[in-house]
Design a protein around this ligand. Structure first.
Ligand SMILES: C[S@@+](CC[C@H](N)C(=O)[O-])C[C@H]1O[C@@H](n2cnc3c(N)ncnc32)[C@H](O)[C@@H]1O
Length: 272
């Protein structure tokens, strides 16, 4: 079972939480690692595997120019998003933005939103940095690191207008299911960080993960279904929702289409 104590603690602080020793702080690539929440350290199984990848010379130049302006490493202190963006605006995060095709298009389609892309994979972020430079997109900021850390430590309860999770790693083998990002505790954490009426939008091309996500979302008491997959009627919510329900087709999704996989789209709203 996934060890979600750190996640649970962020939503429901509990005196029973068991601190672990200070040794073994790395845990190796994608393996369990010691995780700090406040003054305590916990082991956590991550939803990603560390992947190395070099930047091309052009990506590196773009990164050196622009990352200091729009990017930050994940930290364990609260984020002042309005100050970072230089304006107050509804805040949307995208977890695992990959190379950022959807991030960039959605940010351009929704200039009134502040959008933060969170990703652990630097070459993916570097592609997005290039696109942001090229298209002069002003409403995206980027965080490099584990999105669960971001939700736990950087984002205040009730402060997000939207959370997008497009094609989270499905971890298809049963022994890896504990690595899946969308577990009850993470979804509870997301729901806690959403403001009333805020939207969680998830898409997956993996049938088994889709079933799991449907069950986890349905069991989260703070969320109600806004589209047909989640038991709602999208036509009733599409116009009034604070973020768009449309989603551009990414390269990743095109591959899934070619492989004949069905895309399942889940849209929930936080109870008002
Ligand atoms: C299958 S890819 C999908 C990328 C993108 N959303 C798309 O649709 O093309 C999943 C991405 O999520 C990232 N990821 C997984 N767990 C993460 C986490 N906890 N925090 C940040 N990124 C994560 C991975 O590095 C990977 O790039």
């Amino acid at each position: 079972m996934r060890d979600n104590r750190a996640v649970n603690d962020a939503v429901h602080p509990s005196p029973e939480s068991v601190p672990v020793t200070l040794s073994d702080t790395s845990g190796g690539a994608g393996g369990p690692r010691r995780h700090r929440t406040g003054s305590r350290l916990y082991p956590r199984v991550t939803s990603f595997r560390s992947r190395r990848g070099a930047l091309t010379p052009n990506q590196q130049k773009s990164w050196d120019r622009t990352w200091p302006l729009i990017g930050r490493e994940v930290a364990d202190e609260p984020l002042d998003a309005d100050a970072w963006f230089g304006r107050p605006a509804p805040l949307v995060i995208e977890i695992g933005c990959g190379t950022g095709t959807a991030t960039a298009e959605m940010a351009q389609a929704e200039p009134h939103l502040n959008l933060i892309g969170i990703e652990v994979y630097q070459p993916g972020l570097a592609q997005l940095v290039q696109r942001i430079e090229r298209d002069e997109i002003g409403n995206i900021r980027l965080l490099r690191g584990d999105a669960v850390d971001v939700l736990e430590n950087m984002i205040a309860p009730g402060s997000l207008t939207g959370v997008r999770v497009f094609f989270p790693d499905p971890w298809p083998k049963a022994r890896h299911h504990k690595r899946r990002l969308l577990q009850p505790a993470t979804v509870a954490l997301i729901a806690d960080r959403l403001r009333p009426g805020g939207v969680l939008h998830v898409a997956t091309d993996h049938a088994d993960y889709a079933e799991h996500i449907a069950a986890v979302g349905a069991a989260e008491p703070l969320l109600v279904g806004l589209n047909e997959t989640t038991g709602g009627v999208s036509a009733q919510h599409r116009e009034s929702a604070p973020i768009g329900f449309e989603r551009p087709v990414t390269k990743f999704e095109s591959k899934a289409h070619r492989a004949g996989s069905a895309i399942n789209e889940f849209i929930w709203g936080k109870i008002e």
